[in-house]
Design a protein around this ligand. Structure first.
Ligand SMILES: Cc1cc2nc3c(=O)[nH]c(=O)nc-3n(C[C@H](O)[C@H](O)[C@H](O)COP(=O)(O)OP(=O)(O)OC[C@H]3O[C@@H](n4cnc5c(N)ncnc54)[C@H](O)[C@@H]3O)c2cc1C
Length: 524
């Protein structure tokens, strides 16, 4: 069957069709703990290739998995499917309208590429992941990504206006905003989604966490707010499970005239998290946390240690606080006010400022290197991603953090901590050896305990990284049986044969299956 499928794809696709073992292995992993060998790989050269792939997959009844740069942390881009790599050719910025502040892009456009394109016009793309130099807009839409500046720009969902997609039936559709009544009157896909929303309205209002940083599940909450209806809101965060995007219209934002950083040093990590409450009233553009595990790994790295002259003493954690302003004088007065407030509250022991652009770039490089440094840790236990993306209301973060840390200590392990203190989303990566059966069990038990904690705090299991294979199984627990059933109906409305990236968001396998470094893996 695969040979026939290969031949059928080869006959129509003008881009690459690769079913050889080496190619399949190359696409069997992403930045997660999972590994699944795909059926084969298609690298479309243009939108016609995307349509051809979807039509042939429909005829052969095989799953399809659209993929960008494959930097997903929860296993979203691994699966037993035909992987469609959008990053190689579908990567053009097609149009920019600076007056109306939007750009039309293909899904393989990398964030930094879009930023470089619109920079001369004074704009940027708001959401900014640490992977900005490689992650694609298609992948950001798939995961509803967000970054250090989400306190200003929100998540990707807030920046996508329209999408051109191909459904698993092979039908091409354009999704854009309309009135809710119009969707009802239209019937078809729009009508079915409108029905699902109407039948679950109360439960949606009751069960969705009241939190900016929540990306788990499908975004049905976006349809009960203001009488507006836009299927883009369901597509964003759908992790390739609903349709393949071949073009999108996204918002662009004005660049700030000037920026400055202050690195606030703390002797205690809980004090650093508490300090967010003191800083937030001064309207920072970002508050990013780095703990001592990462700082020490950085100091031991030849490349990163050179950039770390700004670290004073041996902090348990630092907060990197950024301000936007009109000019340096404006920024200085903001930093003065914030520093005075911190000192009044005995928060922090050193406050290192950076106005120079090169100095600021170095500090951001250290922040962005955080995860890479953690992943480079020696030893069998690794700081893996499975409960690394919880989010709660920022004011509850100190209490949540303390309880989270108790769970980690209960299982006799430790963790690396970094993330977005400004919006209550901390990345906590417990050290686990997934080659050991007992530790796989610990991973599972810890996940269940953390999920209970998240529910108790009204938080989200994922603030930006998504569900994938690591967290989709928790969606019924997090949203309850009624909304989980609504998610299944959404999936069926878009993709009745369940062929778009199956096993993510709904109908997920256990989180302990398909591990990349599982029991069979042996270090030589
Ligand atoms: C070191 C590191 C740091 C990170 N930091 C951040 C961070 O700061 N903030 C953050 O939010 N995330 C972060 N991530 C996660 C990841 O980088 C983001 O989710 C990123 O936006 C994914 O982009 P990608 O191009 O790699 O997408 P992929 O991983 O290739 O795909 C992501 C999802 O989108 C779907 N998809 C891709 N293209 C399409 C398409 N054309 N049509 C339909 N579906 C599609 C895929 O099926 C998949 O489900 C980080 C990851 C790493 C490894």
């Amino acid at each position: 069957m695969n040979q026939d499928l290969y031949q059928a794809l080869k006959a129509r696709v003008t881009g690459e069709v690769r079913f050889d073992r080496a190619s399949r292995l190359m696409y069997s992993t992403d930045a997660s703990i999972y590994e699944i060998e795909p059926i084969g790989v298609v690298i479309p050269r243009n939108r016609e290739d995307v349509f051809a792939t979807m039509e042939i997959a429909r005829d052969f009844k095989v799953p399809v998995l659209p993929r960008g740069a494959g930097t997903s942390l929860a296993g979203q881009t691994v699966g037993d499917a035909v992987v469609m790599d959008m990053s190689k050719h579908l990567n053009r910025v097609l149009e920019v309208n600076s007056e109306e502040r939007w750009a039309i892009v293909e899904p393989g456009v990398v964030q930094e590429q879009l930023n470089l394109h619109v920079r001369p016009m004074g704009f940027l793309f708001g959401p900014d992941t640490s992977t900005a130099n490689r992650a694609t807009i298609g992948g950001m839409m798939g995961n509803n990504s967000a970054g250090s500046h989400s306190i200003l720009y929100g998540k990707t969902i807030d920046h996508v206006l329209e999408m051109d997609v191909v459904l698993s039936s092979g039908e091409g559709r354009t999704f854009r905003e309309m009135k809710f009544e119009e969707a009802v009157a239209r019937g078809g896909l729009e009508g079915r989604i409108a029905d699902i929303v109407r039948m679950n309205k109360d439960e949606i209002e009751r069960r969705y966490p009241k939190l900016m940083r929540r990306v788990s599940g499908y975004n049905l909450d976006e349809f009960v707010r203001n009488g507006k209806f836009n299927l883009v809101k369901l597509m964003v965060g759908s992790e390739g499970t609903l349709a393949a995007v071949h073009q999108a219209k996204v918002r662009i934002e004005p660049r700030p005239p000037a920026t400055a950083l202050c690195v606030v040093h703390f002797a205690d990590i809980v004090d650093s998290i508490r300090a967010s409450d003191i800083i937030l009233p001064f309207n920072p553009a970002a508050i990013e946390l780095l703990d001592d595990m990462i700082i020490n790994l950085g100091r031991n790295s030849l490349e990163i240690s050179r950039l770390m002259g700004f670290v004073q003493g041996n902090p348990a954690a630092v907060l990197i606080v950024e301000f936007y302003g009109e000019n340096q004088a404006d920024l200085r007065s903001k930093l003065d006010e914030m520093e005075a407030a911190l000192k009044r509250n005995n928060a922090g022991y050193a406050y290192v400022r950076a106005f120079d652009q090169a100095e600021q770039t170095n500090i951001w490089k250290v922040r962005k290197a955080g995860l890479g440094l953690l992943l480079g840790m020696k030893g069998e236990r690794k700081p893996i991603a499975f409960v690394e993306d919880c989010a709660v209301e920022p004011s509850q973060l100190p209490e949540f953090f303390v309880k989270f840390r108790e769970v980690i200590h209960k299982y006799n392990t430790s963790a690396g901590y970094y993330g977005h203190a400004s919006v209550g989303c901390l990345h906590i990566r417990p050290l686990i050896n997934t080659k050991d059966a007992r530790e796989i069990q610990v991973m599972k038990e810890m996940t269940d305990e953390i999920a209970d904690l998240v529910v108790a705090f009204g938080g989200g299991m994922s603030g930006e990284h998504g569900d994938g294979l690591a967290r989709s199984h928790l969606n019924e627990k997090l949203f309850g049986p009624q909304l989980y059933n609504a998610f299944r109906q959404v999936k069926a409305a878009f993709d009745p044969d369940h062929r778009m990236n199956p096993g993510k968001i709904v109908n997920a396998p256990p989180m302990t299956e398909n591990l990349r470094y599982g029991l069979q893996y042996k270090t030589l």
